[in-house]
Design a protein around this ligand. Structure first.
Ligand code: OGA
Ligand code: NI
Length: 340
């Protein structure tokens, strides 16, 4: 099994359309200030109050938006690059097509006649560390593509390390422990394009799932509310703050934190008026990284909920054996849990 195969099936594919009907009744409309917002510049300065806010956000929501993150200049360039790529004719985009057995590249994934339908295109690239970049899948004919993606990836990596550092302190270990647990910290970047859809009541743009990551970043369009997060058994629409970046807790962090921070269930509803683009940065450990809960998170009051010795790759392979979408994308954390 190549390293890529696990990643590809594990991460690039929670992107299927579900024919499940999104029920408006289970959507809870909240005021904008309910969803946590973290001032990243304060975190960077070691502000303990902001670190505490990060703790609460991860514990109670598994989600927050960050402002003052320092990536403000990279964001418009990155968004423009995504639009430029998707403006290319299909024949040109197909030059970067994702091969059947590999996870990088462009995919429309249109499987007409199957249960799932597709409402978006993706371009999946490994962006960090730099030596992992496979420029064969990079549309370098798009002016500025390389610069925009590299700059955004670098900014996200800087932000990643700061957040992992703060989470380490919150988990009572040295700053660099979570980063080290990844082995080599990898970053996968997915450029998404969701076409406008006249019947968002009938299909999701992206059906409910957890990310197979430690943390994930979502760059959204400022004026479209489409991402929804599960909070206290209700779906909460996230109104993007202009220029903010959304951060999600993935299942890997759930295990490392012994369940203090839960992997977030989330989904995307289709947008009626116009297409939507987004950029997802997946922070991924190396295949051999172990997902054991940190010793500092285990004591008499907090017995270990997750197993020791499970490697990241085992977890991806396990998820791939699951038949139902629910088991594959929502319940996959079960594999990491001990038998009770
Ligand atoms: C994902 C995801 C959200 C979005 O790709 O895993 O959750 O807004 N995307 O595109
Ligand atoms: Ni996701």
């Amino acid at each position: 099994m190549q390293q890529g195969e696990g990643l590809g099936n594990g991460i690039s594919s929670p992107v299927k359309i579900s024919v499940q009907e999104p029920k408006s009744s289970e959507i809870r409309l909240v005021s904008d200030d309910d969803v946590p917002v973290i001032d990243f510049s304060l975190l960077g300065r070691g502000d303990e109050g902001e670190r505490k806010k990060l703790d609460v956000a991860c514990q109670e929501w598994g989600f927050f938006q960050i402002i003052n993150h320092g990536a403000e200049e990279a964001i418009p360039k990155m968004k423009a690059t995504v639009i430029d790529f998707y403006d290319l004719p299909l024949s040109e985009k197909n030059k970067y097509a994702m091969p059947p057995d590999y996870f990088e590249g462009y995919s429309q994934d249109n499987k007409v006649g199957e249960r799932k339908r597709d409402w978006y295109d993706i371009l999946w690239l490994l962006t960090m560390p730099p030596h992992s970049r496979n420029t064969k899948y990079w549309p370098l004919t798009v002016p500025g593509f390389k610069e925009s993606v590299e700059e955004y990836a670098t900014q996200v990596q800087r932000v990643t390390y700061e957040i992992l550092g703060n989470l380490s302190l919150l988990m009572r270990v040295e700053r660099d422990v979570l980063k080290e647990l990844h082995g080599e910290v990898k970053q996968g970047t997915r450029l998404n394009y969701y076409p406008a859809c006249a019947r968002p009541d009938l299909v999701f743009a992206l059906s409910p799932h957890h990310d197979y990551t430690s943390i994930s970043f979502v760059l959204q369009e400022d004026d479209i509310t489409a991402l929804q997060i599960k909070h206290k058994e209700m779906w909460v629409p996230v109104k993007p703050i202009p220029n903010a970046i959304s951060v999600l807790v993935g299942d890997v962090l759930e295990s490392w934190s012994n369940g203090k921070y839960k992997g977030l269930e989330h989904r995307v509803v289709a947008n009626v008026e116009k297409p939507r683009i987004s950029v997802i940065s997946f922070v991924i450990p190396s295949d051999e990284a172990e997902l054991n809960p940190l010793k500092t998170m285990v004591d008499d009051d907090h017995p270990p909920i997750y197993k020791n010795g499970v490697k990241y790759i085992d977890y991806l392979l396990y998820a791939n054996t699951k038949e139902t979408e629910e088991d594959k994308y929502v319940n996959n954390i079960e594999y990491l849990k001990r038998e009770i």
